[in-house]
Design a protein around this ligand. Structure first.
Ligand code: SF4
Length: 293
């Protein structure tokens, strides 16, 4: 079952941990989407590859959470990483999402386009991992751009090679998770490899796209001075593309989902960073010339 917006706490939402997220959201779940339930498995795979359908966990309308202005955020199902601090393990498996027609998604963007334009908002694809279904996401983005709607991709960048340069053209902004500054720590935190994130950020920069970097601060896991310095150096390699860095303090809002899904939770007793650590990390990024939120 899709979570309600109140509990939609992907890493991005740690950014808003001190705000009342529930009061900023409308809709939620998968209301308003017709599902292609008649397709057999082979047809579904073919439609997934072409982007005629996408597997979606849920969607909502929010303000100032997933990019500028009022936005429609679509949480895609499926993620290849297994971050220790994941707030939404219920999005990990693509098959747990609901197939949604491309046309239905584009119609939804069209319905809200005046609101997006009036608030300088737009559509954000998040997850799970938004780059796991590149055809669907990029086709919706292309339609959105034709309507004059701002587009934002929220991603770890781990699936860099899933995106062609042509697909990049319809992205206005990327919320890019740089989860650690070296391969060893990155693997420990996520189970994956760091280099694709660096490659994706550099491709975005080269294509003239804007990046908001997000870095989750977990005491004893990602907070060492050396790791933060390495993250800062990676951000420097993106040049002027980086508009700011969000330092997101770890919290335990996702713990009930791990329990509910009966997945062993590695950060069961983990505390969030204290004020001194937050300040030190923010200052490290500022010393590299970055704006930090
Ligand atoms: S990248 Fe995947 S595993 Fe990591 S926090 Fe996001 S959804 Fe969870």
């Amino acid at each position: 079952m899709p979570a309600t917006p109140t509990f939609r706490t992907t890493t991005r939402h740690m950014l808003k941990e001190s705000k009342t997220y529930a009061s900023q959201t409308l809709m939620g779940g998968l209301s308003g989407f017709e599902s292609p339930i008649g397709l057999d498995r082979r047809d579904r795979l073919s439609a997934l590859k072409s982007g005629d359908i996408g597997f979606v966990h849920s969607w909502d309308i929010n303000t100032s959470v997933d990019g500028p202005g009022t936005r429609m955020t679509v949480f895609m199902s499926g993620c290849p990483l297994r971050c220790q601090y994941c707030q939404n393990p219920d999005t990990w498996k693509m098959r747990d999402g609901k197939p949604v027609y491309l046309d239905a998604m584009i119609k939804k963007v069209d319905r809200y386009k005046d609101l997006f334009k009036a608030t300088h908002g737009g559509i954000t694809f998040s997850g799970g991992e938004s780059m796991m279904q590149p055809a669907f996401v990029s086709r919706v983005f292309h339609a959105a751009k034709e309507m004059g709607v701002h587009t934002c991709l929220d991603t770890s960048g781990f699936l860099n090679t899933n995106y062609t340069d042509e697909m990049l053209e319809d992205i206005d902004l990327c919320l890019l998770d740089v989860k650690s500054g070296d391969e060893e720590t990155y693997h420990k935190v996520t189970g994956g490899t760091l280099q694709p994130t660096i490659d994706f950020g550099q491709r975005l920069a080269k294509a003239g796209k804007k990046i908001w970097v997000r870095f989750v601060l977990v005491p004893g896991l990602t907070d060492s001075e050396e790791n933060v310095e390495n993250v800062a150096k990676i951000c420097e390699s993106f040049g002027d593309a980086v508009e700011h860095i969000d330092v997101l303090g770890f919290h335990q809002l996702g713990r009930p989902k791990w329990h509910e899904l009966r997945i062993p939770y590695p950060l069961e007793n983990q505390k969030g960073p204290n004020a001194a650590t937050r300040e030190r990390v923010a200052n490290q990024f500022k010393d590299h010339g970055f704006t930090v939120y």
